[in-house]
Design a protein around this ligand. Sequence first.
Ligand code: SF4
Length: 369
Amino acid sequence: MDLDRHDFKLDELIGRIQENDHRLVALQVPEGLKMQALEMMDEIETASSAKVVLAADPCYGACDLVHDKMQMMGVELVAHMGHSQMNIESGMPTQFIDVTYDGDPDLAPVIPMLNKHLAIAKGRMENQNVDDDLSEEEAKERFMDAVGRMTPLKDTKLGLVGSIQHLHLLPDFHDRLEKAGYDVTIPMGGARLTFPGQVLGCNYSGDDDTIGHYLFLGSGDFHPIGLVLHTGKPLAMLDPYSGDAIEMSFERIERILRQRSGLIMSSMDANRFGILIGEKPGQMRRTLALRMKRLLEKHGKKGYLLALEHVGPELIDFYPVDAFVNTACPRIAIDDAVRYAKPLITPYELEVALGEKKWEMGYQFDEIP
Ligand code: SF4
């Protein structure tokens, strides 16, 4: 990753620090940008009379606010880099800085994938309109999406989304894709998201039934996996760092679903569960955790509420329980399950294991609204 091509918007931040004559400020920086943190601290301290503290614990999202600790330290302003504000109160002056990257990839490599995905979406639309008596099996074959749901489409638009550092590219990509013949929409999500086209690993709320397939601008498969698990729709990815285009294969999603199904099966006979509650403000789902505890009790099983700031195998594997239900960051169960000695499942998956929900109705991604 070429860090020099990121815009950290330090001038705005320094302006705010000078204007308010702050003496102690904190930087909270995501893991991928920590390499440049000391350089940023130098720049702020040289240009202002403030001293800078780096909140050096791991940070993966705006769900993770460190304000209570920073306030105790006497910090007057927190600059939270690389994420946008969520629907949670930070409780002290905070500057969210949506660090941007200036890469501008060529569309050509992704066009064949978009054409293939548009054809899949059109196929689903056409099959929906066939008015004949279908058996349940036949209906499944025709309408089923990548996660096994029968979700009708109203249109086959291309949903254009991205991770936060590339969202500034979306309006221009919208026009370029429309010129190339696609009907493009930049979906606006719910309160957890700030910008049009924004997606998070735990929230894809901009999706609707007019979108038939997706183009994601960003790198890595973290967001794409979540987006396909949530929507069941075909997805192509264009990486602004490398210019590479790839697609999220349905085989990959199937492998994940097989793994989830295996974990559900091995939780069916479990009697004692650890219910994980995230202590980070944007991950704390106390009501959901309590609902899971009541549900376990209803089925004659035991649920122990375990509150943690960070979740890791070394912090929970030793408890004498048979399985864990995770209500903290949803991606801990989905992406990291193999690291744990015992089954680690989502709340929806527990409901399936207990027979309260049916796997056959299609997979439900654990979204934080
Ligand atoms: S809850 Fe998880 S996926 Fe959502 S923003 Fe936080 S770290 Fe990212």
